[in-house]
Write a protein that binds this ligand. Structure first.
Ligand code: KG4
Length: 357
């Protein structure tokens, strides 16, 4: 067995099949096969996602080893996303990881997908990985100091998480302070995009059109949620009725106002996100704020959070865009810390589908 700690991670919770390898804390490879098959359905079709994972997983792991230039027999452990996610998709990754663990007689490490998104900030790219990608190496490794508040916004989750040091382990403690009581921010982007006839995933397309639009052109409803939770279903319904009413008098309303619609919708989502975040920052008094999850690729959200940070004297940590949407590098980062903490998983552990941390 190699002296070095070599971790392979598998991520298959939704519609991206991904594998990554970290050696002694440095990322050597990260391979993602995204599934185009869902675009025409306006959302992820679970059965198609599971089938695509089955087709992709072996080549993706194979390429991850080729790019890392490491031998599978030198692995120290195999980390995998146990949940939350789509059951059929998770089953492919968990079964593959368990099979490999038995075949190679290497320990398993269970990783919570949401903890992975938070820990994406701690991914430390190796020189080999940097050389193989076109990503500039400026400010690549800038992990937020503990404690910090993480605004985690993805396709299935919108959460505000307090992340603090644990004296006894490498993995920090995470506590959910607020979370969505209905739809997630990413889901709202995707569903509203579908209402406008735009393809899935809607977030990046709305981001693009919004850059040319007026964020104050239209006003949509904002929720009144008592504690630190989020709600986006009211906004979604108000957007639907607004489109329906305007289309009844002008069938070309969407195409004539696409940029303004996208900008106004995006502005409302960001306002809702930052309002609750501000309440948490004031309550906890923590001045380090990190953004995570697929929606953290959103240009206006990144900009608005920077502006918020300047106004409220908070330091803002933005993830590298390649690590915002689902990827195994973030799973591998958690896997590496859990390996150091000797937190190994069980071959009997079933996937879990619901949000927990
Ligand atoms: O983190 P992720 O890959 O999947 C989950 O773990 O849920 O996030 C996917 C979500 C989708 O809803 C997608 O529309 C959204 O992230 N997204 C964006 C952008 N890029 C991806 N939303 C807004 N603006 C973007 N640029």
């Amino acid at each position: 067995m190699s002296e070095k700690v070599l971790i392979l991670a598998i991520e298959s919770s939704c519609d991206d099949t991904s594998a990554a390898i970290i050696e002694d804390g440095l990322l050597l490879s990260s391979v993602i096969a995204s599934q185009e098959v869902h675009a025409k359905y306006g959302g992820v079709v679970p059965e198609l996602a599971s089938r695509a994972h089955q087709q992709n997983i072996l080549p993706v792991v194979d390429i991850a080893f080729q790019q890392a230039n490491r031998n599978i027999n030198d692995l120290s452990a195999i980390a995998y996303t146990r949940g939350p996610g789509l059951l059929g998709s998770l089953l492919v990754g968990t079964s593959f990881a368990k099979g490999l663990s038995i075949a190679l007689d290497k320990p398993l490490i269970e990783v919570n997908h949401l903890q992975g998104h938070v820990m994406a900030h701690y991914i430390h790219p190796s020189d080999e990985w940097l050389a193989a990608t076109n990503i500039s190496n400026t400010a690549l490794y800038n992990p937020p100091p503990l404690p910090f508040i993480c605004l985690l916004v993805s396709g299935g989750n919108s959460q505000i998480i307090k992340v603090s040091r644990n004296q006894h382990q490498h993995m920090p403690d995470m506590e959910i302070i607020g979370q969505t009581i209905d739809d997630a921010a990413g889901e709202t982007f995707d569903k509203c995009a579908k209402m406008m006839g735009l393809p899935y995933p809607g977030g990046p397309i709305i981001d693009k059109f919004a850059a040319e639009g007026n964020p104050h052109a239209f006003v949509f409803s904002q929720p009144k949620v008592p504690n630190f939770d989020y709600s986006f279903s009211g906004l979604k319904t108000s957007f639907l009725y607004f489109l329906r009413d305007n289309l009844s008098s002008n069938p070309h309303f969407i195409e004539e106002n696409l940029n303004d619609l996208c900008a106004s919708l995006q502005h409302t989502i960001i306002t809702i996100l930052l309002k609750q975040l501000d309440r948490v920052v004031k309550k906890l008094g923590i001045k380090n704020i990190a953004l995570s999850g697929g929606v953290s690729a959103n240009n206006a959200l990144r900009h608005s959070l920077q502006v918020y940070g300047n106004k409220s004297s908070c330091e803002i940590f933005l993830p590298l865009k390649v690590f915002t949407t689902d990827n195994a590098a973030m799973i591998c980062q958690v896997g590496y810390y859990k390996f150091l903490d000797k937190q190994f998983g069980s071959i009997d552990a079933p996937p879990f589908v619901n949000t927990q941390i």
